[in-house]
Design a protein around this ligand. Structure first.
Ligand code: AMP
Length: 575
């Protein structure tokens, strides 16, 4: 019997897991019943790891013991600290993947060890390798990486349309913005261009509202809120995040700030915010979104009117101003018939099913573009002196992959017996600014002048980011090959083994009790923000819940948890 292959969207803020059932992609729920799992990890006082909703709730109360946004560090050596524990981005991502794997196993009732994982189109070799390492740590084999915009196009079924078309995917997540131009011809989805801003997302729109509200408070009360105080800032940000989301559906919202610290006092404030005010304040952010859109169109050599379909992906594309911006630029309404935060995971599940069925995989040749240039170091002779350290790209950034390209190189002088090929990735003219990937030493024939010692260097780059280099001495046909597996930042086999052993020593919070743990973490986060009577009410409910937990009577625990959840929902509205 074949094992199930799941599709995973491993996101910066949220991750999802999906599978095909009866020809439809279905998202699988987390233990707290949510279809999205926050990409957050936290360690509690007993050394147990929490992943997802509970970890995100604890980020407010225990920032030193929580890690978030680690997708941004993939392919780098940066580590995040959770209390005493220090973890790499692949290690943290492995914990999120493990959590999704367990959810999938719980939903499907069988082991899940194979997946299609989505990555941003701009993810380079190192970041893809780091993602593969993360999966490997979680005991998951990555059958295919698929680019997020390509996955979105699959979810929208563009590969099945019997027509040639150009689509543009706008993906505005919590912290990143990506624009991708796709060309779809006879079911083949090809990336034409991609551009983005790795520091622009929905969170910036909430942050902008913090400034607006702070200015309003200062105007109304004559005292500005102290935004330097992390607690005050966090409170305003939480209120603005809620207001921002509600403004996607309402023209005007009220923003209550009960018991808000202002100067030496605490005041019950309430402000109102219209969508028009918010949008006026977001103009600089909306203007920034235009940059990557224009860049992607220019790179693809297309006018906006040449785009047949505009797809909106990422939670923040729910904002009406974003929809209006897309409509204005492209002269047509964007397609947003799928939930924007689920489309990418759905596409990954579709790709997984295609691999599982072996059906039409040939038809659906998903192509990609090389996100970086890859090439070799060369030297030239200038006025009798050899000047080394120059970069000669073999596969240029933007080349459609899978791809294979060959370039020919000569030794510098007749007596040279070895050609040292240093392989680099990057865009700079001087190799010292690029990333060294590996080296091949090619012995040259003794006889003959340098012109007769040409070496053909072939770079072959596949969809999974594996780079193979063949160096062929043309006079003799001798071939020397290198498959780049050991990339900087990626783990060696022995390091992977050690990391796997270390993972096994980590204590996971038991899945069954996660709903309880998550509810407590959310209650605690709210308790930090409240004061006075609402705080006392919440504390009382927390106590009831603690009592129920100590009794270990499942029905009582469930009742107390539901009651605490209702209190949290009720009180959150007043924040
Ligand atoms: P993602 O990374 O795709 O999960 O996107 C998360 C971002 O989407 C966050 O910045 C959220 O604030 C934003 N978001 C989610 N729902 C809404 C909504 N209804 N209106 C505006 N932004 C939203």
């Amino acid at each position: 019997m074949s094992t199930p292959i799941v599709g995973i969207d491993l996101g910066t803020t949220n991750s999802l897991v999906a599978i095909m059932r009866a020809g439809q992609p279905v998202l699988l729920p987390s233990p707290v019943g949510s279809l999205t799992t926050p990409s957050a990890v936290s360690i509690d006082d007993s050394g147990e790891l929490l992943v997802g909703e509970a970890a995100r709730a604890r980020a407010l109360t225990h920032p030193q013991r929580c890690a978030t946004n680690f997708k941004r560090d993939m392919g780098t050596s940066r580590r995040q600290h959770l209390g005493e524990l220090s973890m790499s981005a692949p290690g943290l991502s492995a914990l999120v993947l493990t959590s999704l794997q367990r959810d999938a196993e719980a939903a499907l009732g069988e082991p899940v060890t194979q997946a299609v994982i989505t990555v941003p189109a701009y993810f380079g070799d190192l970041q893809r390798q780091a993602t593969r390492d993360a999966a490997s740590l979680a005991g998951i084999e990555v059958l295919r990486f698929i680019n997020e915009p390509t996955a979105a196009a699959l979810a929208y079924g563009l590969h099945r349309l019997d027509q040639e078309l150009r689509a543009l995917v706008l993906d505005l997540g919590g912290g990143t913005f990506d624009v991708t131009v796709l060309e779809i011809i006879e079911g083949v989805i090809e990336i034409q261009a991609s551009a983005g801003d790795a520091r622009l997302g929905g969170e910036d729109f909430a942050e902008a509202l913090v400034e607006l509200l702070a200015a309003r408070i200062a105007e109304q009360q004559g005292v500005p809120p102290d935004l330097e105080d992390p607690q005050i800032h966090a409170r305003l940000l939480a209120a603005c995040e809620r207001a921002k989301r509600r403004l996607s559906a309402a023209e005007e919202v009220r923003v209550p700030l009960p018991d808000f610290p202002l100067g030496d006092e605490r005041l019950d404030l309430e402000l109102s915010l219209t969508r028009a005010d918010a949008e006026a304040h977001w103009q600089p952010l909306l203007a920034r979104l235009r940059g990557p859109i224009n860049r992607a169109l220019t790179d693809a050599e297309l006018e906006p009117s040449a785009i047949d379909e505009v797809l909106l992906v990422g939670g923040a594309t729910r904002m009406p101003c974003l929809i209006a911006l897309a409509a204005r630029i492209f002269g047509r309404m964007p397609n947003r018939s799928l939930p924007p935060d689920e489309a990418v995971a759905m596409g990954a599940a579709i790709q997984a099913a295609l691999i599982a069925d072996d059906e039409a995989v040939e038809d659906l040749v998903v192509t990609d573009i090389a996100p970086f240039s890859m090439g070799v170091e060369t030297s030239t002779r200038v006025a009798g002196r050899a000047i080394g350290g120059m970069f000669s790209p073999v596969l240029e950034r933007g080349t459609v992959i899978p791809a294979s390209r060959i370039e020919h190189y000569l030794p510098l002088h007749d007596a040279q017996d070895t050609l040292v090929l240093r392989i680099y990735q990057g865009e700079h003219a001087l190799v010292r600014h690029n990333t060294l990937l590996g080296e091949i030493r090619v012995p040259l024939p003794r006889a003959g002048s340098s012109e007769h010692k040409s070496v053909g260097v072939r770079f072959t780059y596949d969809l999974n980011g594996i780079l193979e280099i063949d160096a062929i001495v043309e006079a003799t046909g001798d071939k020397h090959s290198l498959v780049i597996e050991q990339r900087p930042g990626a783990l060696t086999a022995s390091a992977l083994e050690r990391a796997r052993a270390a993972m096994q020593r980590l204590k996971f919070h038991p899945r069954e009790s996660l709903p309880n743990r998550t509810t407590l973490a959310r209650a605690d986060a709210l308790h930090v923000q409240l004061r006075g009577a609402p705080r006392a009410l919440l504390r009382e409910q927390i106590q009831f819940f603690e009592v129920a937990l100590s009794g270990q009577e499942p029905r009582e625990i469930e009742q107390a948890r539901e009651s605490l959840q209702a209190t949290i929902e009720g009180l959150s509205r007043f924040l």
